[in-house]
Design a protein around this ligand. Sequence first.
Ligand code: FES
Ligand code: FES
Length: 187
Amino acid sequence: MSEARTASTAEGLSVADAGLDRAIRMRVNGSWHEFGPASGIGGSMTLAWLLREKLGLTGLKVSCDEGACGACTVLRDGKAVLSCMILAVEADGHEFPTIEGLPADDPVVEAFAEQCESGHGTALQCGYCTPGFVLTARAFLNENPSPSLAEIKEALSGNICRCGCYQAIAQAVLKAAAKIALRGRKA
Ligand code: FES
Ligand code: FES
């Protein structure tokens, strides 16, 4: 995605794409970043655009760019949010783990990887949706570490997998919950 989407206000008015009038700071994967008026960030630019184009964090995907698919999910202060629906200026002062910030031994990451092994069905074909599902699951399990399958499906219902891996994805989240019960870990 080379250009930022133009966001709209609640009144439906286009947000003027002027540069920032003040510096904004955000913590991403443990490191603080500051962007000032000369950073090239406009008032209409989204957090998704900033993370991908300014910080090179291309794990999050921008698919629908209108809040309908979950591909751009990141965590904000521990909650799953859609980064295509948040303006960069609104990120000021917050903490954002992205998929790049999760360790390989995170229970959710491990469970998704295991669910892709032979004999388990697969939670991943093209992988485009995977970072969004992993972070949505991560936030959900932080709130509800021992969910039922029905609760998992409900929690993931805002994420779309065009490859149709829904059953295996839900199984991966169940497996992650079992791992958390054994080890305990929050993102
Ligand atoms: S790209 Fe953000 S919800 Fe689809
Ligand atoms: S694995 Fe291809 S979109 Fe989900």
